[in-house]
Design a protein around this ligand. Structure first.
Ligand code: NAD
Length: 506
């Protein structure tokens, strides 16, 4: 399919398309063909200042958080409708800039993104807190749940639009103003998102998008003294940098970081279901997914059967032109990402592991410069090897045998990450023990990858702090205010003497 060339896409500040104060542009290339598919402004600290000022002004006059509730809900729902209306075009743009298959973008990301937004629209109407009461005996106390103010958000390249929705959904529902920075490799759909938000009726200045480099624009947002919360979805190392930058004004920090999900296959598991689950779980989005299955711990009694069937399924995956409807797997985000994944595989082999499927860059006709990598199953890995400990972020599943479930739990927990895990078993007691023992923010039984708008997604340990989706995420974009109303009307209170004067006589 011929690549459609996109024109320059200015960024979006205060309801207007603007260029950067730098006057420079960043190029966006298709990882499938290497061709130029768009340009966005190479943003600066000064651009961030303008966007923060616009967001602050919008917050200050309350044009969004003081708007009548039915109107706010309608605007968020309308944005969901516009995403559905434009899903084909947006999915094409997403495929163009990420190289991943169109069918994944169209039928997964976009179907789910509009549902996420509609879910958060319902949250506006369901504010929660402690019941109002006279807890002190002489005051009525009640809780206000309020927006935080200006929220900075930095999103990754793996699911550019979808992760942006996970960020803006709860932040908008809570009434905040936003300065959002997309990843520099994949900014095109996020700019469209800001335009659609305006079309949906979101007041100007409430959602601003600044494009540019992470260490310039992202860092400026994280460090900005007039930003009240910073939220990142990205690498764990970036999370540490952002947390340090946020210290200047002690802004709140919300981090959705890397993962290294274990996938435990017990002796009594349905091996066919597990092999299929592993194939989908490891290869989704080319493995460039923070919850992707990356380490399969397989009971020795079903090890050979699991490896044989999973290798067969990996080999059946069709790698090719991301726009071809028969393609399962397009490219990775870049040639550098392919080299990174291949480096992990080659070093594991040098260390004694064995490649059971893939492990090489395939030739894809008509795409000599495409960043393709075959789905790779690498077996007989060891627990302390880098391929088992570190995030590869490619279509690579490492497999290790285990003998006892305690050993499987121990090894599954033996990582700095704690985002997602799954266990495959027909024994409900083992499943419940896994739910209790696995130290991850999301544990699944007999499935991997599933998420839902109503339930939280977020990591333990170095996978981050805070949650995406669900009421938990919404509440993280709010602050709780305690209001107390004095009821007696007395000038001299019984406790005043502890600060000044004599104790009143009984
Ligand atoms: P990344 O950390 O390189 O980039 C993420 C964003 O941070 C980008 O917009 C980037 O420009 C910006 N950035 C980079 N350096 C920065 C700095 N010094 N200061 C401020 N901002 C900076 O991550 P990535 O490679 O785009 O995304 C992949 C990572 O994201 C993986 O580690 C993956 O596991 C993680 N991820 C996590 C989740 C989750 O929900 N936990 C979801 C998706 C992706």
């Amino acid at each position: 399919m011929a690549v459609e060339v996109i024109t320059d896409s200015p960024m979006f500040i205060d309801g207007r398309s603007v260029l950067s104060t730098s006057g420079r542009w960043l190029e966006v290339h298709s990882p499938a063909t290497g061709e130029l598919v768009g340009r966005v402004p190479d943003g600066t600290e000064a651009d961030v200042d303008l966007a923060v000022a616009a967001a602050r002004a919008a917050f200050k006059d309350g044009r969004w958080h003081r708007m009548a509730m039915p109107e706010r809900v309608a605007i968020m729902n309308r944005l969901g409708d516009l995403l559905d209306r434009d899903a084909d075009e947006l999915a094409r743009l997403e495929t163009l800039q990420t190289g991943t298959s169109y069918k994944l973008r169209r039928d997964s990301d976009f179907a789910f993104a509009s549902d996420n937004l509609r879910f958060f629209a319902t949250q506006i109407r369901n504010l929660e807190g402690k019941a109002a009461y006279e807890y002190s005996g002489s005051h009525t106390s009640f809780i206000r749940r309020e927006p935080i103010g200006v929220v900075g958000q930095v999103s990754p390249w793996n699911y550019p639009m979808w992760m942006a929705i996970w960020k803006i959904g709860p932040a908008l529902a809570a009434g905040n103003s936003i300065v959002l920075k997309p990843a520099s490799a994949t900014p095109l759909t996020t700019i469209r998102l800001a335009e659609l938000a305006l079309e949906a009726g979101l007041p100007v200045g409430v959602l601003n998008v600044v494009t540019g480099r992470g260490d310039v624009v992202g860092a400026a947002i994280a460090a900005h003294m007039d930003v009240d919360l910073i939220s990142l979805t990205g690498d764990t190392a970036t999370g540490k940098t952002i947390q340090a930058l946020a210290a200047g004004n002690l802004k709140r920090v919300h981090l959705e970081l890397g993962g290294k999900a274990p996938f435990i296959v017990c002796a009594d598991a349905d091996v066919e279901a597990a092999a299929r689950g592993a194939t989908a779980g490891a290869l989704v989005n080319g493995g460039q997914d923070c919850t992707a299955a990356t380490r399969a711990y397989v009971h020795r009694s079903v090890y050979d059967a699991f490896v044989a069937r999973t290798a067969e399924l990996f080999d059946s995956v069709r790698v090719g032109d991301p726009f071809d409807p028969t393609t399962d797997l397009g490219t990775l985000i870049s040639q550098a990402q392919v080299a990174r994944a291949d480096g992990f595989v080659q070093r594991a082999v040098a260390d004694g592991a064995r490649v059971a499927a893939g492990g090489y860059r395939p030739d894809v006709p008509g795409h000599p410069d495409g960043a393709f990598y075959r789905p790779t199953l690498i077996v007989d890995c060891t627990q302390d090897s880098e391929i088992v400990q570190n995030e590869v972020f490619g279509p690579v599943l490492a497999v290790l045998p285990f003998d006892t479930i305690e050993e499987a739990f121990e090894n599954a927990n033996d990582t700095i990450y704690g985002l997602a895990a799954s266990i495959w078993t027909s024994d409900v007691r083992v499943a419940m023990e896994a739910a209790r023992t696995l130290n991850f923010g999301h544990v699944q039984v007999n499935d991997h990858l599933m998420v839902t708008s109503e339930m939280p997604h977020g990591g333990f340990k170095q996978s981050g702090t805070g949650k995406d989706m669900s009421t938990y995420s919404f509440e993280e974009y709010t602050q709780v205010k305690h209001v107390m109303l004095e009821l007696t009307g007395e000038a001299e209170k019984g406790w005043h003497y502890t600060v000044f004067g004599e104790k009143p006589s009984e």
